[in-house]
Ligand binder design. Structure first.
Ligand SMILES: Nc1ncnc2c1ncn2[C@@H]1O[C@H](COP(=O)(O)OP(=O)(O)OP(=O)(O)O)[C@@H](O)[C@H]1O
Length: 248
């Protein structure tokens, strides 16, 4: 496929002497959603942060639309990306200001900022919270703000690091469905990190399995799990994906 938006080559990431990641090649394509899964400590968050240019690899390259990231172009590339973390990390300000701030920093004109913020607060069902300060929000509301902030940036790539793991089950389910719809509508490419297999069928064109810092499998949901993706809880049947280390 030549519609690659983000790609890593010959990647190694070390903390001190300890190798955390060692990945020959991994690519995200335009409009694609990849679920990055693996056990605790496999290196999922680290890989996400390396791909989002928040951590510098010890060796190897991250390419954005075929251009290797360097010290000189990293900021410009990062402005084409947005990250949503497990903790919403909101500013101590109103919901509106939280969504608007990134746009101000990017020099988006005032009128356009208002249009975009209003649109995304509406789409995420939090328009009524625009004037509410961040510390007065529930966990689910705060994560909606965090998603609105990311989508309002109109990124080319969205990184999601276990964004819903702190939410209760019904909230998580509705957020997964909404996020799936928003990604389809906007055609933003995304990497979604989760260690909860029940989330995988919601946001997946392909699945990448990371174990001990290595990519042990990539493929469609069916190729990886040998079952059709259905939006229900697969927890027990899906553990077999970790039984083999064969790359694929
Ligand atoms: N700041 C840090 N300093 C030292 N080691 C770290 C740091 N952050 C992560 N690690 C180590 O790097 C390895 C990979 O961590 P990472 O958070 O990327 O894994 P993960 O797959 O996202 O795990 P989880 O599912 O538990 O979130 C782990 O062994 C972890 O202990």
């Amino acid at each position: 496929m030549n519609n690659t938006i983000l790609e890593v080559h010959n990647l190694q990431f070390k903390r001190g002497n300890r190798e955390i990641l060692n990945i020959d090649h991994f690519a995200l394509h335009e409009r694609e959603t990849i679920a990055l899964i693996g056990p605790n400590g496999a290196g999922k968050s680290t890989l996400l942060q390396v791909m989002a240019l928040l951590l510098k690899p010890t060796r190897g390259t991250v390419e954005f639309r075929g251009v290797p990231a360097t010290h000189q172009n990293a900021l410009a590339i990062r402005r084409r990306m947005a990250v949503v973390f497990q903790e919403p990390l909101l500013l101590n300000a109103t919901v509106y200001e939280n969504v608007a701030t990134g746009l101000k920093l990017r020099g988006v004109p005032q009128g356009e900022i208002k249009k975009r913020v209003d649109r995304w607060l509406e789409l995420l069902g939090i328009a009524h919270l625009a004037g509410r300060r961040s510390h007065q929000l529930s966990g689910g509301e705060a994560q909606r703000v965090s998603l609105a902030r990311a989508f309002a940036l109109e990124p080319d790539v969205l990184f999601l690091d276990e964004p819903f793991s702190a939410l209760d089950f019904p909230t998580r389910l509705s957020m997964l469905n909404e996020l799936d719809r928003l990604l389809k509508d906007t055609e933003i490419a995304a990497i979604f990190v989760t260690h909860d297999f029940s989330e995988v069928p919601y946001l997946t064109d392909r699945v990448a399995v990371l174990k001990d810092g290595r990519l042990v499998k990539t493929g469609t949901f069916e190729e990886i799990f040998k079952v059709k993706p259905r939006r229900e809880n697969y927890i027990t049947s899906l553990y077999r994906v970790f039984e083999s280390d064969a790359a694929g």
